[in-house]
Write a protein that binds this ligand. Structure first.
Ligand SMILES: NC(=O)c1ccc[n+]([C@@H]2O[C@H](COP(=O)([O-])OP(=O)(O)OC[C@H]3O[C@@H](n4cnc5c(N)ncnc54)[C@H](O)[C@@H]3O)[C@@H](O)[C@H]2O)c1
Length: 318
């Protein structure tokens, strides 16, 4: 079976590509390598079942051709990371929505199933405990860059449902919650790789505010396993599914754990994120996935804790 994996040169996409090939599939990776790296695919680059296409999801003709050749599509290409999103909002909105639209349109036209990466960001500022897929989305003001990313992904979800209605598109929208592991780079604003890089370098770990805000981290291997199982779950079609690990950790606790696991002498420095990013920043106190839909559809529950990912990131120094 041949899969098209957009964004396959990135963090999640490269792990997915490796896993797909390891399970006997063929893969075509479409990536413009703007944040992805060719070396992310080093482990499988020489595999004759892998073809790497350096191009953009904004190229509708190319996307159409590659979707046509594939049996199944994983659409993971996007502009990701708070630093990038705030720096280049036009590129964020265009890549994440127009790119998704090209993929979804081709899937609808050619009858190919599309699994695409959405994000927990779409829940926005919704209050309450664990997020359930059908709950309301409460996005912030358009003056805050972060919400442009959330909106671009939410719009892709709306578009997928619209195409399902119009042309019978088969899709699964994966609402990913902070996947972590090796190959995730700190350059674009991801917290855990930043902590790991700082701890390994013996520099202070920069914690935003008092560090009481919490997040849930899913080991990348669990995220890939969940994605592949959803690809094989017929009942998952035309559904949104949370892909995350409900185990929650505060940023202060996470920083302390990284320092301990790295055997580092680093200290913790509390900083105001608005000084790091701009005044254009908003943070959420917590974000926890309800994963009962994922479990019901696939029988899968995340197994790996955040410390497993931290150890691997320290060992590989990312
Ligand atoms: N990592 C997470 O925790 C997380 C959380 C929520 C959602 N997601 C989603 O998962 C997907 C993968 O994220 P990631 O963390 O691996 O980020 P990443 O930046 O490592 O991967 C994105 C990939 O898309 C590529 N890309 C960007 N613009 C492109 C374009 N126009 N054409 C072709 N390729 C392009 C990049 O070069 C990169 O390889 C994204 O859609 C992201 O929104 C990730």
């Amino acid at each position: 079976m041949k899969a098209l994996i957009t964004g396959g040169g990135g963090f999640l996409g490269s792990h997915l590509t490796e896993a797909w090939l390891a399970r006997g599939g063929e893969a075509v990776v479409l990536d413009d390598f703007s944040t992805g790296r060719e070396e992310n695919l080093d482990a499988c680059r020489r595999d004759p079942r892998l073809r790497i296409v350096n191009g953009s999801v904004l190229d509708a003709a190319l996307v159409g051709r590659l979707v046509g050749e594939a049996d199944l599509v994983f659409h993971f290409a996007a502009v990701v990371g708070v630093r990038l999103v705030i720096r280049d909002p036009i590129r964020t909105l265009e890549t994440n929505f127009v790119g998704a639209r090209h993929v979804l349109d081709a899937g609808a036209r050619l009858g190919k199933k599309i699994l695409f990466a959405s994000t927990s960001e779409v829940y926005g500022k919704a209050p309450g405990g664990a997020f359930v897929e059908d709950s309301d989305l409460v996005l912030g003001a358009p003056t805050i860059g972060r919400w442009g990313y959330a909106c671009s992904k939410a719009l892709a979800e709306f578009y997928a449902f619209a195409q399902a209605k119009r042309q019978g598109l088969r899709f699964v929208a994966l609402r990913c919650f902070n996947a972590v592991g090796v190959r995730q780079i700190p350059d674009h604003g991801m917290v855990l790789p930043r902590f790991v890089r700082q701890a390994v370098a013996g520099e202070p770990l920069t914690v935003f505010g008092d560090g009481s805000q919490s997040r849930c981290f899913m080991h990348v291997a669990d995220a890939v396993e969940a994605t592949l199982r959803l690809a094989n779950a017929p009942d998952a079609e035309r559904q949104i599914v949370n892909v995350g690990n409900p185990e929650s950790v505060t940023m202060l606790d996470l920083a302390r754990r990284v320092i301990r696991l790295a055997g580092s002498r680093s200290t913790i420095l509390h900083v105001d994120p608005r000084e790091v990013y701009d005044t254009d920043f908003a943070d959420m106190p917590s974000r926890i996935p309800d994963v009962s839909r994922l479990e019901r559809l696939t029988g899968f529950r995340p197994r790996r804790g955040v410390e497993e990912a931290v150890r691997e990131m320290i060992a590989g120094a990312l």
